[in-house]
Design a protein around this ligand. Sequence first.
Ligand code: 0CG
Ligand code: SF4
Length: 346
Amino acid sequence: MSQTAVALPVPRVPARRESLRDIPVDGPKKILLAAPRGYCAGVDRAVITVEKSLERYGAPVYVRKQIVHNIHVVRELEAKGAVFVEEVDEVPEGAHVVFSAHGVSPAVVDSASDRGLQAIDATCPLVTKVHREAKRFARDDFEILLVGHEGHEEVEGTAGEAPEHVTIVNNPDEADTVVVQDPSKLVWLSQTTLSVDETMETVNRLRARFPELQDPPSDDICYATQNRQVAIKKVAADADLVIVVGSENSSNSVRLVEVALQYGAKAAYLVDYADEVRQEWLDGVRTVGITSGASVPDVLVQQLMRELADAGYADVEEVRTAEEDLIFSLPKELRDGPRGGRRASA
Ligand code: 0CG
Ligand code: SF4
């Protein structure tokens, strides 16, 4: 049986060998550290789901797709015995398979069950909520305009709930051209990790064409995506450079780079690791803004701050725009502790 590991994205910037140098700039150097940043409740739950599955069932535990879109997290879990596959037909019959935080379509659930796999669903409850909305509107015979990026796993999963009812709208320009059957029975839903501003533009342009377009019952863009965008907007306004820690295939992380540029950062880059930061990015830079995507462990941000301290950016000010305390209980197969099987988290 062949096992195909998920193709990991190659870092775009080769690792830097030498340390960053402390080159004087005009005025004091400073870091603005966005908060909230990093792990959201759905990612925390998904990563613990794989760890607990390994403890309970032993290695290997198979995971369909990257559990979350972060190369460091995937490598760490691989080292503990997780095997990442693209599709369930790569998993040996009867084995345990974890579905990623981004969700799966009913077709994937069916294939896993046909193979006799023991599925553990790490889909974020906030993604499941959008699946439920899709199912309900489809049952009521609505046409669903799903604002999101074609090919992203979450969009494949949500659209797969009602493929004959869903049309994907990738961006504001597509809102001007999308064709619908009955504009009087139309609703929009969205991917959870989009730019809030761009999604509003898409919806405004849809509504201009289809005034009877219904809104989702509640926000589909999740609290974590929204909070991280609000925080980086505030940071970006005062930053010469913004560094976002996150992987290239992480939708919410990439959006943070875009938002930083839109809200005043003179430059913004995405890095997986601190050693991707180039000396020339720091030329003339007094204030560096830092944030990280919802799938990024904070240890990677701490590493980045240590490297930047070597370059003279030792003064750190946190810019907090919200508090977060949401915790999701684990999938039912793994719930046995006083906190739904969760280890205490800070
Ligand atoms: O932002 P996306 O949806 O690409 O996912 P990522 O894994 O980076 O973080 C949130 C989740 C799940
Ligand atoms: Fe859930 Fe939002 Fe985190 Fe995605 S980014 S896992 S929807 S909380």
